[in-house]
Design a binder for this molecule. Structure first.
Ligand code: NOJ
Ligand code: CA
Length: 653
């Protein structure tokens, strides 16, 4: 009785005090400051870096089990600690990753029934993140009808964004003031009026709906999260205790600083796969581009691409050139009706025979599973299919989710699909299968926990050049600073026959050949496709340079970059350095003093645009030179033509 009375008195005292509260959090280097406040009972947060605003006071608002939270609350700092750990990546843009951040846990005191909400923050030198924790009697249900997490940006902020369409994550980027955004997918990359750069995204998206960002109708500089709903309108249906994904904001002095951050992976749990020896980054060829340009077909008939004969020729070519993998699309039925059976081959293909042939030649055969977004059909067959593939020794799948999600009413990034994709990753891990997912859920760093989730599409890939007006030359100078902040990209670069006039006169790739080769370094993917037909690589000197690019790295640095104009990267694999650059339609010239990064003497192989090169003029004009190079004596000069690129390999002498 006494206890009940005392806690009632305490609660009364807490809610009677309307005094504002503020807690200030700092990054380890002190440059990033985040303040969490309860102002007149309303919860809000704000951020600055180097004392200039990144986010103005931004409100938090959530409807959980029919109650609106954070409207009349107080905050209690419950726990505070420092994180400083270093972990080894199974694959990635660097092999060793440091996670250093200050962690703060706030209990939110509210006069509402359970669940009880807390907010956990991590403030790091490269940004900050927070997530909501829902606590209550274990097993009770949690229904989230809304989460409106605000991001109030300073006036003058601009963004690179794609429309937040619930059913498509494949659009070209636009660069506008944020007031022009109606809805946008994340990562959303921002340039602040202070000249700093930021990116809003989420990490560890598990058993929750993904969000798009929507503009506040009353304030053009304010965005808020809009969770993709279930068909009945509810956003999240879960069991207590539960937690939201991290809402993260990367902050950097330069656009390249965003790329050098490992924040999205650091916010995920460590690897859950004990033996990762079977997870192997690879480059791969494909019976693929021919299907998109109309040389071959997926479906059975005279031009069927997936035949045993064709597959053997591709396996032989891959083996001869040391390419580790081969994708074959159209091997199964039924492509005419887009009604797929993942256990039945077309009548000119034998999966066991091709698996055996690939194994004999040391090639990983990548099994294609186009689901046509018919999740029910896929889930009905998936256990048997994956078991069969494992029995055949097949260790990689490229899956796809073209079209509207079936069952009808579900959206691509809603909780139902988030859970489906995750179930597939975990099932694949049990069968020792690596995944490359097209039309995927957006990456949120889960590959740290499940490194068999290798790569994914989730952007306008090179295929758009085969059958639409295509990607403009600047597309690949935007992707590294936007979509790729979230994780690897299966862009399928490396098209050498730029105009493919023999098959389609009206379409072409909008870059030079050298730009295509350089993308294998620029657009990181632990399964990296060399996408052109093998006849276009046959005896091609530029292929001999490109095929040296590995699919994982020990170190990566951004040497220069302007979003939408150009990017220059240096990556190290063992003792070799790869310097790559791509640019937009305006060309690019730059000079780099590399003596600190590369203190030795090197043998340098350069694949560069030829003097007449240009994506619209002479896209296949290239030069290859080999010489000795000492960075202490000479800066490195790059001269990229319109839509051009450079790929330079330095081996220590
Ligand atoms: C779209 C994918 O992005 C592409 O790679 C694939 O060939 C087709 N779907 C067919 O599955
Ligand atoms: Ca053409």
């Amino acid at each position: 009785m006494k206890i009940i009375f005392l806690s009632a008195l305490l609660a009364a005292l807490v809610f009677a005090q309307n005094a504002d509260q503020s807690f200030t959090m700092h990054s380890p280097d002190g440059r990033v400051v985040v303040i969490l406040s309860a102002r007149q009972g309303k919860l809000e947060y704000q951020t600055a870096m180097d004392e200039t605003a990144v986010l103005l006071p931004s409100v938090l608002n959530m409807v959980v089990n029919n109650h609106r939270h954070f409207q009349d609350c107080r905050i209690n700092l419950q726990d505070q600690s420092a994180i400083d750990e270093t972990w080894q990546a199974v694959w990635g843009q660097r092999s060793t990753i440091r996670h250093r951040a200050n962690r703060y846990l706030f209990e939110i005191l509210e006069n509402l029934p359970e669940p009880h909400l807390s907010v956990e923050f991590q403030v790091a030198d490269d940004g900050f993140a927070f997530r909501f924790l829902f606590d209550g009697p274990g097993g009770d249900s949690l229904l989230i009808a809304d989460e409106q997490t605000g991001f109030a940006l300073p006036e003058g902020t601009t963004a690179w964004w794609t429309e937040g369409d619930y059913n498509s994550y494949e659009r070209l980027y636009r660069h506008t003031p944020i007031g022009k955004i109606d809805s946008a997918h994340t990562p959303l990359t921002l340039e602040l009026p202070s000249g700093k750069f930021a990116a809003i995204h989420e990490a560890a998206l598990l058993d929750y709906a993904a969000f798009v960002l929507r503009r506040d109708k009353t304030n053009p500089n304010r965005l808020f999260t809009d969770l993709e709903p279930w068909p009945d309108g509810m956003k999240v249906k879960a069991i207590l205790p539960h937690r939201s994904p991290w809402r993260m904001v990367q902050i950097a002095d330069t656009p390249g600083g965003l790329i050098e951050s490992d924040m999205v992976q650091n916010l995920n749990e460590p690897c859950r796969i004990e033996d990762t020896s079977w997870i192997k980054p690879m480059r791969y060829l494909g019976i693929w581009w021919g299907l998109h340009i109309g040389k071959e077909t997926w479906f059975e008939g005279r031009k069927l691409g997936a035949t045993n004969e064709n597959t053997r020729a591709y396996i032989d070519f891959a083996a001869k050139h040391g390419i580790e993998g081969l994708l074959v699309e159209g091997w199964n039925v039924d492509w005419k009706n887009w009604n797929f059976n993942f256990l039945k081959e077309n009548n000119r293909y034998s999966l066991p025979a091709m698996a055996a042939y690939a194994r004999e030649k040391g090639i990983t055969l990548i099994v294609h599973n186009e689901t046509a977004a018919d999740v029910t059909n896929y889930e009905r067959q998936i256990e048997d299919a994956y078991r069969w593939y494992e029995t055949l020794g097949l260790q990689a799948i490229k899956s796809g989710y073209v079209g509207t999600i079936k069952p009808f009413g579900f959206t691509h990034h809603g909780q139902f699909m988030v859970n489906h994709y995750q179930r597939v990753v975990e099932l694949a891990a049990r069968h020792r299968i690596m995944l490359d997912v097209h039309e995927p859920i957006k990456p949120t760093g889960l590959s740290r926990t499940w490194p068999n989730m290798m790569t994914r599409e989730g952007h306008q890939g090179n295929e758009y050049n085969a059958w639409s007006s295509g990607n403009p030359p600047d597309h690949t100078t935007i992707l590294p600073f936007t979509r790729m902040l979230a994780g690897p990209l299966d862009h399928t670069p490396g098209i050498f026959d730029i105009t493919f006039d023999r098959y389609k006169k009206e379409n072409q790739v909008h870059t030079t050949l050298v730009h295509q080769a350089a993308l294998t370094v620029i657009l990181y993917s632990p399964m990296q496709m060399f996408a052109d037909l093998i006849e276009n690589y046959q005896e091609h000197p530029a292929f001999d340079v490109m095929k040296q690019v590995p699919a994982t790295w020990d170190e990566s640095h951004v040497l220069a970059g302007v979003i939408g104009d150009f990017i220059v990267l240096a990556r190290r694999s063992g003792s070799r350095w790869f310097i790559a650059a791509v640019c937009d339609e305006n060309g690019y010239r730059g000079e780099f003093d590399l003596q600190n990064l590369l203190p030795g003497k090197y043998r340098m192989v350069s694949l560069v645009d030829g003097p007449k090169a240009g994506y619209a003029t002479d896209p296949t004009d290239y030069r290859i030179t080999t010489n000795n190079y000492n960075p202490a004596l000479l800066p490195l000069t790059l001269d990229l033509k319109p839509g051009g690129g450079a790929l330079i390999i330095l081996s220590e002498n």
